[in-house]
Design a protein around this ligand. Structure first.
Ligand code: ZN
Length: 64
């Protein structure tokens, strides 16, 4: 049985358009997003730093 809390920080979200991966553990400091920021906590108007896609265009990735 996995600990659900532990999985959250390690989750990654991939842009379905350009392939950019948002790593919650690392955040995105260049864009003012601090490490450990959950994808769901990103600003509503946050967009992919590479192609400008909206949050809805990102897909959650499972660690294998
Ligand atoms: Zn993108």
């Amino acid at each position: 049985m996995f600990l659900q809390v532990k999985g959250d920080v390690m989750d990654k979200y991939k842009c379905s358009i350009c392939g950019f991966v948002y790593n919650q553990a690392k955040g995105f400091p260049v864009d003012g997003v601090e490490p450990g920021t959950p994808f769901d906590s990103l600003p509503f108007d946050w967009v992919c730093p590479v192609c400008g896609a909206q949050k809805k265009d990102f897909r959650k990735q499972k660690l294998t």
